[in-house]
Design a protein around this ligand. Structure first.
Ligand code: LER
Ligand code: MN
Length: 270
């Protein structure tokens, strides 16, 4: 079981990212707590120096598991399916920057809200076509650089399509690309999936990344998700990637991070 924890430079209380502040400090904090990696949520990948990040990681003997891209949608409004050509182009360019950075950091790139949302009154098939056009460009870049794009199934209250794992698998298979993987998040699964273990089994050979949060989006162990069963299913499909804690930083980032690593340690012992 490889563990990771989400980090962000500047975040609001509502964002489900744990350690906050300068990446350098969070990387050290995560390593001191015993995490194997950090998941970096980044707004502007173009201004991040990968050599510095790799240096911080080397000093602390920790890795970067994944790069979160949602801030480009949430803060900059970029959408890979925008009906505005300029916006779509910027979203693709931003994705290419994430992919370039991910190559340097040996991390997967998460594709979640940057896919965009289908606007009310807009035709589903038109939006999906726009998304596909953008994705073909991202896939080219990802394949060229050998970077995995991990597509997150996000629950119906935050997204309005590809909310279920089944739908996501079907969508991704259509591209026939080795660069595309499914990304599951236990918080979203608890809302969308009838049987979370069964859904994990369906991801065999296609699972690229896992987010861990309890049903109330607090740290694992706070709510009622049966993580041991989910971890067994991940073992059964041979998942070798990271379990990245992405949850509300409550009651405080530090307490949340401590509870999370303790949760993983207790699981390993049992
Ligand atoms: C991002 O990974 C996520 O899970 C979404 O709910 C956006 O915050
Ligand atoms: Mn998530």
């Amino acid at each position: 079981m490889k563990t990771s924890i989400s980090i962000i430079d500047e975040g609001t209380d509502k964002m489900p990212f744990v350690l906050r502040g300068e990446y350098e400090n969070s990387i050290k904090k995560a390593a001191d707590l015993g995490f194997d990696a950090v998941e970096m949520h980044i707004r502007k990948p173009g201004i991040i120096d990968p050599f510095k990040i790799n240096d911080y990681c080397r000093k602390s003997k920790i890795r970067v598991s994944s790069i979160g891209t949602g801030l480009s949608y949430g803060l900059d409004g970029l959408s890979l399916m925008s009906s505005d050509y300029g916006n779509r182009l910027k979203a693709v360019e931003r994705m290419k920057e994430y992919i370039t950075l991910a190559k340097e950091l040996d991390a997967v790139v998460i594709v979640g809200l940057i896919k965009g949302l289908i606007p009310e009154k807009e035709r589903y098939d038109k939006c999906i076509e726009l998304l596909k056009q953008s994705l073909y460009k991202c896939i080219d870049e990802a394949e060229k650089r050998d970077v995995i794009l991990a597509f997150e199934a996000i629950n119906r209250y935050e997204s309005n399509f590809l909310t279920k794992i089944d739908e996501m698998i079907h969508f991704l298979k259509g591209f026939k690309s080795r660069a595309l993987n499914v990304h599951i998040d236990t918080y979203h699964m608890n809302i969308e999936e009838a049987d979370m273990c069964e859904s994990i089994m369906k991801c065999k050979d296609m699972l690229g990344h896992v987010h861990i949060a309890d049903n109330d989006r607090m740290y694992p162990g706070h709510g009622h998700i049966s993580f041991d069963k989910l971890f067994e299913s991940l073992d059964l499909i041979g998942y070798k990637g990271y379990l990245a804690v992405e949850c509300l930083a409550l009651p405080s980032p530090e307490i949340c991070a401590e509870h999370s690593i303790q949760f993983f340690k207790n699981y390993k012992k049992s």
